[in-house]
Design a binder for this molecule. Structure first.
Ligand code: NOJ
Length: 514
């Protein structure tokens, strides 16, 4: 069963580099997050996911961990992070850290030991093939970089050697079975990392590439899932309130492996791109929420989502996201009015939603050169825009030293400007999250049912006793649904109950009827 507190949780994802700089060095820090906890709370978010903030050479923005137990000096100290947990808890905010179990940095001491010619306790901590010419099926590998006469497998970038959790079917002399003591030692080491942060007050983890532990021959991810179930047993015994959110995007597997929630990510299989925008901008933009979408169809998303939902609703949650640090921002494809409708949908669906910092004000995706392994993702990682002051309120430092430049546009959205406007995207997000917290029927585990989902038409759905409808089109639409006896509870734009059997939805509108 998922952690109870998730039922009424809305996460706020913070990319720590870019949230709030309090010491003027141009990079965000933990004190900056502490300073802005009241802001997070004012949004209606009651939990954080912080991207990796551990010691790292930052060749992949911190997903290349050099020391799992040490806060990166650029963000502060371990004591700052413990204080962040405390301060957040005082305000009713939980904190998930990012666990990176599939690989370390090539500068991690485990890997340095593993590279040595003489056998040692870490020789098998990573996947080494015994021949210099031999890779591992389609896994990328590196050779020629160590005194050990072998090549090693990568999990992602060149800087990220894959940790060794063993192989399901051992075919080569260099492969360890999953129950080999050295494969088990990797799992146990990761459990110790989790214990370390949980015992200092963190509330759980978003788990990076959670499906990546056992390589290529792990049919249906059975061996990887077994490792996570073992981890879950430890959590149940030692930290029963801890939550695990998977980066897996296959909730049927992830939730059975002991995860509380799994992300629905923006890849071509999930149909998610058809909600917020097309994947990497390919092809005509048919996001369901585009006013002028030439082929609007919620079924492109529902086809995958409903199958997942039916299979997993009793096990845990699916997490819908506004976007994340790996995707383009939704503002790239949607204007403010379209974003309001997209968020209205997202924050009234089942599961545990995630809001990426800055999406609440519609921060733009920027075209920027790659920073810290960001590639196209860099454009979604720019500094938070707090006010129209210096560096848009992100930092007092010199503009040329900022981690990334702030949005240069004269009309760059800011929190200060939108705060003052009851019609702004920010005010709409606040109103939506307030509604979600006040209506149990809108929370993670309340029932969900599709009422009407015809191509080109509004989407009508039920959450418990509430009836919801969204019409992204620029034209009014009437949907034949029984609405007799219902009253409007919340709306964006205009919706009108006509007779007992029809709902007239104004252009670009959203309504909740009770
Ligand atoms: C997924 C993370 O979200 C991404 O930012 C990172 O580059 C890769 N995993 C590798 O850790």
């Amino acid at each position: 069963m998922p952690a109870k507190w998730l039922k009424d949780t809305v996460f706020y994802e913070i990319y720590p580099q870019s949230f709030k700089d309090t010491n003027g060095d141009g990079i965000g820090d933990l004190n900056g997050i502490i300073e802005k906890l009241d802001y997070v709370k004012s949004l209606g978010c009651n939990a954080l996911w912080i991207n990796p903030c551990y010691d790292s050479p930052f060749k992949d923005a911190g997903y290349d961990v050099r020391d799992y137990r040490k806060v990166a000096p650029r963000y502060g100290t371990n004591e700052d992070l413990y204080r962040l947990f405390d301060e957040a808890h005082k305000k009713g905010i939980r904190v998930l850290l990012d666990l990176v179990p599939g690989h370390t940095s090539e500068e991690h001491p485990w890997f340095r030991q593993s590279q040595r010619a003489e056998p040692n306790a870490y020789s098998n901590r990573y996947i080494w093939t015994s021949h210099w010419w031999l890779g591992c099926k389609d896994m990328p590998y590196i050779g020629g970089e160590s005194e050990r006469a072998a090549t090693y497998i990568l999990n992602f970038f060149k800087c990220q050697p894959a940790l060794n959790y063993g192989f399901l079917n051992v075919e080569q002399p260099w492969q360890l079975p999953v129950d080999h003591p050295d494969a088990i030692a990797t799992r146990e080491a990761m459990k110790d990392v989790m214990r370390f942060w949980l015992s200092h007050g963190c509330d759980g983890f978003r788990v990076d590439m959670a499906n990546s532990l056992v390589k290529y021959d792990d049919a249906n991810k059975s061996a990887t899932s077994a490792i996570w179930r073992n981890v879950r047993e430890m959590l149940d015994a030692e930290f029963p309130d801890a939550a695990l959110v998977a980066e897996w995007s296959a909730p049927k597997q992830a939730l059975r492996a002991g995860y509380d929630a799994d992300f629905c990510l923006n890849n071509p299989d999930t149909g998610y791109a058809t909600l917020m925008r097309d994947y990497e901008g390919e092809g005509p933009d048919n996001s369901f929420f585009r006013k002028d979408a030439p082929a609007r169809d919620i079924n492109r998303f529902l086809r995958v989502y409903l199958d997942w939902y039916a299979d997993t609703k009793d096990l845990g949650y699916i997490s819908l996201i506004t976007c994340n640090h790996d995707t383009v921002r939704p503002r790239y494809g949607l204007d403010y009015d379209e974003l309001k409708l997209a968020y209205a949908f997202l924050f009234t669906m089942p599961g545990v939603p995630f809001l990426y910092y800055g999406d609440e004000i519609g921060m733009r995706y920027q075209q920027l050169p790659s920073k810290e392994g960001g590639y196209f993702r860099t454009g979604s990682r720019t500094p938070m825009q707090w006010a129209s002051s210096k560096n848009l309120g992100f930092s007092d430092g010199d503009a040329k030293n900022l981690y990334l430049p702030v949005d240069p546009a004269a009309d760059a959205p800011t929190v200060a400007a939108q705060q003052a406007d009851p019609d702004s995207l920010l005010s709409t997000v606040r109103a939506l999250l307030k509604l979600r917290h006040s209506e149990e029927a809108l929370q993670a585990d309340a029932p969900f049912e599709v009422v009407s989902a015809e191509a080109g038409e509004p989407f009508v759905y039920r959450r418990g006793h509430l009836l919801l409808a969204v019409n992204p089109s620029g034209e009014a639409r009437t949907v034949e649904v029984p609405v007799a006896g219902r009253m409007p509870l919340f709306s964006i734009g205009a919706g009108k109950i006509t007779g007992g059997n029809a709902l007239k939805l104004g252009p670009q509108s959203f309504v909740v009827l009770k």
